[in-house]
Design a protein around this ligand. Structure first.
Ligand SMILES: [Zn+2]
Ligand SMILES: [Zn+2]
Length: 259
Protein backbone atom coordinates (compact mmCIF):
# COMPACT_ATOMS: atom_id res chain seq x y z
CA UNK A 1 0.00 0.00 0.00
CA UNK A 2 1.16 3.54 -0.72
CA UNK A 3 0.45 6.88 0.92
CA UNK A 4 1.41 9.38 -1.80
CA UNK A 5 1.00 12.48 0.39
CA UNK A 6 1.92 12.54 4.07
CA UNK A 7 3.15 15.41 6.25
CA UNK A 8 4.87 13.14 8.77
CA UNK A 9 7.65 15.76 8.78
CA UNK A 10 5.18 18.13 10.54
CA UNK A 11 5.34 19.10 14.24
CA UNK A 12 2.25 16.90 14.88
CA UNK A 13 4.54 13.86 14.53
CA UNK A 14 7.61 15.21 16.31
CA UNK A 15 6.99 13.15 19.43
CA UNK A 16 6.31 9.73 17.92
CA UNK A 17 7.47 9.52 14.29
CA UNK A 18 9.25 6.14 14.70
CA UNK A 19 6.03 4.59 16.06
CA UNK A 20 3.94 6.18 13.28
CA UNK A 21 6.25 4.75 10.60
CA UNK A 22 6.32 1.38 12.39
CA UNK A 23 2.49 1.26 12.41
CA UNK A 24 2.45 2.17 8.71
CA UNK A 25 4.97 -0.55 7.90
CA UNK A 26 2.99 -3.08 9.95
CA UNK A 27 -0.17 -2.03 8.07
CA UNK A 28 1.55 -2.93 4.79
CA UNK A 29 2.73 0.45 3.52
CA UNK A 30 5.68 -0.11 1.23
CA UNK A 31 5.88 3.57 0.25
CA UNK A 32 5.14 6.89 1.95
CA UNK A 33 5.78 10.16 0.09
CA UNK A 34 6.69 12.82 2.67
CA UNK A 35 5.68 16.28 1.47
CA UNK A 36 7.35 19.66 2.02
CA UNK A 37 5.38 22.92 2.29
CA UNK A 38 8.31 25.35 2.70
CA UNK A 39 12.10 25.11 2.81
CA UNK A 40 12.44 23.86 6.43
CA UNK A 41 9.72 21.19 6.02
CA UNK A 42 11.24 20.17 2.68
CA UNK A 43 14.60 19.69 4.44
CA UNK A 44 12.76 17.67 7.09
CA UNK A 45 11.09 15.54 4.37
CA UNK A 46 14.50 14.74 2.86
CA UNK A 47 15.78 13.81 6.33
CA UNK A 48 12.81 11.49 7.01
CA UNK A 49 13.32 9.81 3.61
CA UNK A 50 16.99 9.26 4.43
CA UNK A 51 16.04 7.61 7.71
CA UNK A 52 13.30 5.17 6.64
CA UNK A 53 13.59 2.73 3.71
CA UNK A 54 9.90 3.04 2.78
CA UNK A 55 9.83 6.88 2.76
CA UNK A 56 10.51 9.27 -0.12
CA UNK A 57 10.39 13.09 -0.19
CA UNK A 58 9.00 16.03 -2.14
CA UNK A 59 10.29 19.58 -1.87
CA UNK A 60 8.12 22.63 -2.44
CA UNK A 61 6.40 25.80 -1.27
CA UNK A 62 2.68 25.47 -0.43
CA UNK A 63 0.39 28.22 -1.77
CA UNK A 64 -0.24 29.26 1.86
CA UNK A 65 3.52 29.94 2.11
CA UNK A 66 3.80 31.64 -1.29
CA UNK A 67 5.00 34.90 0.28
CA UNK A 68 8.17 33.08 1.32
CA UNK A 69 8.90 32.01 -2.27
CA UNK A 70 11.82 34.23 -3.23
CA UNK A 71 14.60 33.63 -5.79
CA UNK A 72 16.74 32.53 -2.84
CA UNK A 73 14.21 29.93 -1.57
CA UNK A 74 13.80 28.66 -5.15
CA UNK A 75 17.58 28.13 -5.33
CA UNK A 76 17.40 26.25 -2.00
CA UNK A 77 14.55 24.10 -3.34
CA UNK A 78 16.46 23.28 -6.48
CA UNK A 79 19.50 22.20 -4.46
CA UNK A 80 17.27 20.11 -2.16
CA UNK A 81 15.53 18.54 -5.15
CA UNK A 82 18.83 16.91 -6.09
CA UNK A 83 19.08 15.10 -2.73
CA UNK A 84 18.62 11.32 -2.70
CA UNK A 85 15.03 10.01 -2.66
CA UNK A 86 13.45 13.33 -3.72
CA UNK A 87 10.74 12.25 -6.16
CA UNK A 88 8.66 15.39 -6.87
CA UNK A 89 8.32 19.17 -6.63
CA UNK A 90 5.49 20.34 -4.37
CA UNK A 91 3.26 20.74 -2.86
CA UNK A 92 2.61 23.80 -4.93
CA UNK A 93 -0.59 25.12 -6.47
CA UNK A 94 -3.31 27.67 -5.80
CA UNK A 95 -5.61 28.03 -2.79
CA UNK A 96 -8.25 30.75 -3.22
CA UNK A 97 -10.31 29.36 -0.33
CA UNK A 98 -7.96 30.41 2.44
CA UNK A 99 -6.05 33.04 0.46
CA UNK A 100 -3.28 33.16 3.09
CA UNK A 101 -1.08 34.64 0.38
CA UNK A 102 -2.28 37.10 -2.28
CA UNK A 103 -3.26 35.57 -5.62
CA UNK A 104 -0.39 37.09 -7.64
CA UNK A 105 2.18 35.73 -5.13
CA UNK A 106 0.58 32.27 -5.32
CA UNK A 107 0.53 32.33 -9.12
CA UNK A 108 4.18 33.37 -9.30
CA UNK A 109 5.31 30.67 -6.86
CA UNK A 110 3.23 28.06 -8.72
CA UNK A 111 4.68 29.01 -12.12
CA UNK A 112 8.23 28.99 -10.75
CA UNK A 113 7.79 25.51 -9.26
CA UNK A 114 6.17 24.10 -12.42
CA UNK A 115 9.19 25.43 -14.28
CA UNK A 116 11.53 23.76 -11.77
CA UNK A 117 9.65 20.45 -12.11
CA UNK A 118 9.87 20.63 -15.89
CA UNK A 119 13.60 21.44 -15.84
CA UNK A 120 14.40 18.64 -13.36
CA UNK A 121 11.94 16.24 -15.05
CA UNK A 122 10.22 15.59 -11.75
CA UNK A 123 6.46 15.21 -11.20
CA UNK A 124 4.66 18.20 -9.67
CA UNK A 125 2.32 17.71 -6.69
CA UNK A 126 -0.48 20.25 -7.05
CA UNK A 127 -2.78 21.59 -4.33
CA UNK A 128 -5.97 23.15 -5.74
CA UNK A 129 -8.73 24.68 -3.69
CA UNK A 130 -11.43 26.92 -5.23
CA UNK A 131 -8.94 27.65 -8.00
CA UNK A 132 -9.92 25.32 -10.84
CA UNK A 133 -9.78 27.84 -13.71
CA UNK A 134 -6.33 29.21 -12.90
CA UNK A 135 -4.78 25.80 -12.12
CA UNK A 136 -6.22 24.34 -15.32
CA UNK A 137 -4.92 27.29 -17.35
CA UNK A 138 -1.43 27.01 -15.83
CA UNK A 139 -1.17 23.26 -16.41
CA UNK A 140 -2.76 23.38 -19.85
CA UNK A 141 -0.37 26.07 -21.04
CA UNK A 142 2.83 24.19 -20.16
CA UNK A 143 3.73 21.59 -22.74
CA UNK A 144 6.94 20.51 -20.97
CA UNK A 145 5.35 19.23 -17.78
CA UNK A 146 6.23 15.85 -16.36
CA UNK A 147 3.37 13.95 -14.67
CA UNK A 148 1.23 16.17 -12.47
CA UNK A 149 -0.51 14.84 -9.36
CA UNK A 150 -3.75 16.59 -8.39
CA UNK A 151 -3.41 15.92 -4.67
CA UNK A 152 -6.38 15.66 -2.29
CA UNK A 153 -8.61 16.23 -5.27
CA UNK A 154 -11.75 18.12 -4.22
CA UNK A 155 -13.35 18.96 -7.57
CA UNK A 156 -16.25 17.33 -9.41
CA UNK A 157 -16.27 14.76 -12.23
CA UNK A 158 -16.17 17.45 -14.94
CA UNK A 159 -13.03 18.96 -13.46
CA UNK A 160 -11.52 15.52 -12.93
CA UNK A 161 -12.16 14.70 -16.59
CA UNK A 162 -10.42 17.93 -17.64
CA UNK A 163 -7.30 17.16 -15.60
CA UNK A 164 -7.26 13.55 -16.77
CA UNK A 165 -7.36 14.83 -20.37
CA UNK A 166 -4.27 16.92 -19.56
CA UNK A 167 -2.53 13.72 -18.44
CA UNK A 168 -2.77 14.34 -14.67
CA UNK A 169 -3.04 11.76 -11.91
CA UNK A 170 -5.99 12.15 -9.50
CA UNK A 171 -5.06 11.51 -5.87
CA UNK A 172 -7.90 10.93 -3.41
CA UNK A 173 -7.62 11.49 0.34
CA UNK A 174 -9.77 10.54 3.35
CA UNK A 175 -12.27 13.26 2.39
CA UNK A 176 -13.74 10.78 -0.14
CA UNK A 177 -14.98 8.62 2.77
CA UNK A 178 -17.17 11.38 4.23
CA UNK A 179 -20.85 10.64 3.74
CA UNK A 180 -21.63 14.16 2.49
CA UNK A 181 -18.88 14.07 -0.17
CA UNK A 182 -21.20 12.99 -3.02
CA UNK A 183 -19.12 14.70 -5.72
CA UNK A 184 -16.02 12.83 -4.60
CA UNK A 185 -17.88 9.51 -4.52
CA UNK A 186 -18.65 10.05 -8.21
CA UNK A 187 -15.02 11.00 -8.89
CA UNK A 188 -13.86 7.83 -7.10
CA UNK A 189 -15.98 5.78 -9.51
CA UNK A 190 -14.98 7.52 -12.76
CA UNK A 191 -11.19 7.99 -12.56
CA UNK A 192 -9.54 5.48 -14.95
CA UNK A 193 -7.56 2.82 -13.05
CA UNK A 194 -4.24 3.98 -14.43
CA UNK A 195 -4.79 7.56 -13.14
CA UNK A 196 -5.77 6.89 -9.54
CA UNK A 197 -3.56 7.49 -6.49
CA UNK A 198 -4.31 7.31 -2.76
CA UNK A 199 -3.06 9.54 0.04
CA UNK A 200 -3.79 10.57 3.62
CA UNK A 201 -2.63 14.24 3.64
CA UNK A 202 -1.98 13.46 7.31
CA UNK A 203 -2.11 14.85 9.98
CA UNK A 204 -5.24 16.41 8.42
CA UNK A 205 -8.45 14.84 7.05
CA UNK A 206 -8.55 11.45 8.75
CA UNK A 207 -10.85 9.03 6.87
CA UNK A 208 -14.35 8.26 8.15
CA UNK A 209 -13.78 5.79 11.01
CA UNK A 210 -11.02 8.04 12.39
CA UNK A 211 -12.51 11.41 11.47
CA UNK A 212 -11.50 14.18 13.88
CA UNK A 213 -8.43 12.28 15.10
CA UNK A 214 -4.85 12.93 14.03
CA UNK A 215 -4.48 11.18 10.67
CA UNK A 216 -1.47 8.97 9.87
CA UNK A 217 -0.25 6.90 6.88
CA UNK A 218 -1.62 3.57 8.21
CA UNK A 219 -5.16 4.98 7.84
CA UNK A 220 -4.86 5.06 4.04
CA UNK A 221 -6.30 1.53 4.33
CA UNK A 222 -9.75 3.01 5.13
CA UNK A 223 -9.69 5.16 2.00
CA UNK A 224 -8.53 2.19 -0.09
CA UNK A 225 -11.36 -0.01 1.20
CA UNK A 226 -13.97 2.71 0.69
CA UNK A 227 -12.94 3.39 -2.92
CA UNK A 228 -12.71 -0.35 -3.70
CA UNK A 229 -16.33 -0.72 -2.52
CA UNK A 230 -17.44 2.23 -4.66
CA UNK A 231 -15.68 0.80 -7.73
CA UNK A 232 -16.90 -2.75 -7.10
CA UNK A 233 -13.39 -4.24 -6.97
CA UNK A 234 -11.48 -6.01 -4.22
CA UNK A 235 -9.22 -3.96 -1.95
CA UNK A 236 -6.32 -6.22 -2.99
CA UNK A 237 -6.92 -5.39 -6.66
CA UNK A 238 -7.13 -1.64 -6.00
CA UNK A 239 -4.02 -1.83 -3.84
CA UNK A 240 -2.07 -3.47 -6.65
CA UNK A 241 -3.20 -0.86 -9.18
CA UNK A 242 -2.57 2.20 -7.00
CA UNK A 243 0.83 0.88 -5.86
CA UNK A 244 1.86 0.40 -9.48
CA UNK A 245 0.60 3.90 -10.36
CA UNK A 246 2.59 5.45 -7.51
CA UNK A 247 5.72 3.56 -8.54
CA UNK A 248 5.39 4.75 -12.15
CA UNK A 249 4.46 8.34 -11.30
CA UNK A 250 7.19 8.92 -8.73
CA UNK A 251 9.76 6.50 -10.15
CA UNK A 252 10.04 4.62 -6.88
CA UNK A 253 10.73 0.92 -6.49
CA UNK A 254 8.95 -0.67 -3.60
CA UNK A 255 11.39 -2.50 -1.28
CA UNK A 256 9.00 -5.45 -1.30
CA UNK A 257 7.12 -5.19 -4.54
CA UNK A 258 5.52 -8.62 -4.37
CA UNK A 259 4.41 -8.34 -0.72
ZN1 LIG B 1 -2.56 20.34 -0.04
ZN1 LIG C 1 -0.54 18.42 1.86
Amino acid sequence: MTDTHAHINAPAFAADLPQVVARATAAGLTAIIVVGVDVPSSQAAVAVAAQYPNCWATVGIHPHEANSCTPETLRQLEALARAPKVVAIGETGLDYYRNYAAKPAQQEAFAAQLDLAARLRLPAVVHMREAYADVYAALGADRRLPPVVMHCFSGDTTQARDFIALGCMISLAGTVTYRSARKLHDVAKMVPSERLLLETDCPYLAPAPRRGKRNEPAYVRHTLEFIARKRGVSPAHLEEITDANAQTTFGIASPDADG
